[in-house]
Design a protein around this ligand. Structure first.
Ligand code: HEC
Length: 98
């Protein structure tokens, strides 16, 4: 049973690490497929944390209506977490450097 407990511990660690700060990978896969290509580039540091919150509450659907943006809600939440973690007023703003 000990091996099972260790496996469980490692899994938990892995899952919490993967969730930390949201997911840049999802941001790249889902948002940058257009932004930086057919749409203007975007970066987490484009907005303050509060502004991103507002953006996802109000503008995201409106702006992307008819643009074939299909992102599952739980992934969109991870992306929101990511851009808010690295927003302009965060400890580690992420702008046009990556
Ligand atoms: C299918 C292509 C596509 C995808 C995928 C997409 N966008 Fe957009 N987005 C656009 C286009 C085109 C506009 C410009 C809309 C306009 O100005 O009328 C836009 C506008 C925006 C704007 C406003 C412009 C700005 O610079 O402030 C933001 C912010 C934005 N998108 C964020 C995102 C985020 C975050 C994601 C991923 C969760 C995403 N978009 C996914 C095409 C896309």
């Amino acid at each position: 049973m000990k091996a099972f407990r260790i496996l469980f511990f490692v899994l938990t660690l892995f899952i919490s690490f993967a969730a930390y700060g949201g997911s840049r990978k999802d941001f790249e896969n889902y948002c940058l497929s257009c932004h930086g290509e057919s749409a203007p580039p975007i970066y987490p540091a484009d907005r303050l944390k509060e502004q991103w919150k507002e953006f996802f509450e109000e503008d995201f659907k409106k702006l992307h209506r008819g643009k074939k943006v299909k992102i599952p809600p739980q992934i969109l939440r991870r992306i929101e977490e990511y851009v808010e973690t690295y927003a302009a007023d965060s400890d580690q703003p992420e702008g046009a450097t990556f």
